[in-house]
Design a protein around this ligand. Structure first.
Ligand SMILES: N[C@@H](CCC[C@H](N)C(=O)O)C(=O)O
Length: 295
């Protein structure tokens, strides 16, 4: 039987991004890709990202997080999921520990993120520094300037989308700035082509963004490994960094996504702070039958 059978989980969302939080602290259990896919496919535990808590690895951190997409792949960062994890670690009767207080330091394969509660159901996450060099994103060929890289889709003389900015926020992002509503693009069709473009050796999260004024951006996201989602925190951060580098905005903006709004600030010390809501939807238990085909 899978070590995940009968485990309790929280079903949550962060600005519409569907998140499942699973606490494996205190055990050696790990989620295998096929188990993550099985959890994603069940309507009761469907997610965009599965946030799995493990015992802390580095001194000064409260937990180690592994982040799974619906296709079973892993990511180094998930902004919306991190807020949900903070809620679970601070408020959930079974997951919260008395010593945790109002701030947390969480670690992923991509580094540390600090989380601070700002109200009952809202948190600010310090997502760390963006990485902007072509080989840090990573891209498969050198681009001295990642503010606009050479990439387009559609007819060569009339491309549908072209010249995205590339940013790594613990995971790779390409952001296409456009002049009309991002909802008018068929991102469900375009997204998979761009996510898997040979320019992105680790694939990429794809955003279409319209700067509507100096402090507001409307964004739609095709997520690597998860497809169309209602919100993506790291995409919001990548978009603000990219728009700021292109002098379209200052260093902060409200990012409007189909599922809700996030506020992102790229501070002078290079750290990107993302603030947004969390919502608890339900709690559940992973049925052993879920994993019958995932052996
Ligand atoms: N929804 C997340 C980002 C999820 C990870 C992404 N799909 C990847 O593979 O990098 C967020 O809120 O940041």
């Amino acid at each position: 039987m899978s070590a995940l059978a009968h485990r309790r989980f929280l079903k949550m969302h962060g600005a519409g991004n569907a998140i499942v939080v699973l606490d494996l602290r205190g055990s050696a259990a790990k989620v295998r890709p096929e188990e993550a896919r099985a959890i994603a496919q069940d309507p009761g535990s469907r997610f965009d990202q599965l946030m799995v808590l493990h015992d802390p690895v580095s001194p000064g951190t409260d937990a180690f997080m592994r982040i799974y997409n619906t296709d079973g792949s892993e990511s180094g960062a998930c902004g919306n999921g991190t807020r949900c994890v903070a809620y679970a670690m601070l408020d959930d009767p079974a997951m919260a520990r008395p010593a945790e207080g109002g701030r947390l330091v969480l670690e992923t394969a991509a580094g540390r993120v600090g989380v601070r509660r700002i109200s009952e159901r809202a948190f600010t996450v310090d997502m760390g520094r963006p990485r902007l060099a072509w080989d840090e994103i990573p891209l498969s060929e050198p681009f001295p300037d990642t503010r606009r890289i050479e990439l387009q889709i559609g007819p060569i003389d009339d491309p549908i989308l072209h010249s995205p900015a590339a940013v790594n926020m613990g995971n790779p992002h390409a952001v296409f700035f456009v002049d009309r509503d991002p909802a008018s693009y068929d991102l469900a069709r375009i997204g998979p082509m761009l996510e898997n473009h040979p320019l992105f050796p680790e694939r990429a999260n794809i955003s279409i963004a319209q700067v509507t004024d100096r402090e507001a951006i409307t964004v739609r996201v095709w997520e690597r490994g998860a497809g169309l989602t209602l919100a993506c925190g790291t995409a919001a951060c990548a978009t603000v960094v990219a728009a700021s580098r292109l002098r379209m905005i200052g260093r902060q903006a409200h990012v409007r996504l189909p599922g809700g709004e996030l506020f992102v600030e790229w501070r002078a010390d290079d750290h990107v702070l993302m603030t947004g809501p969390v919502a608890l939807v339900a709690e559940g238990t992973l049925a052993p039958e879920l994993f019958a085909g995932a052996a």
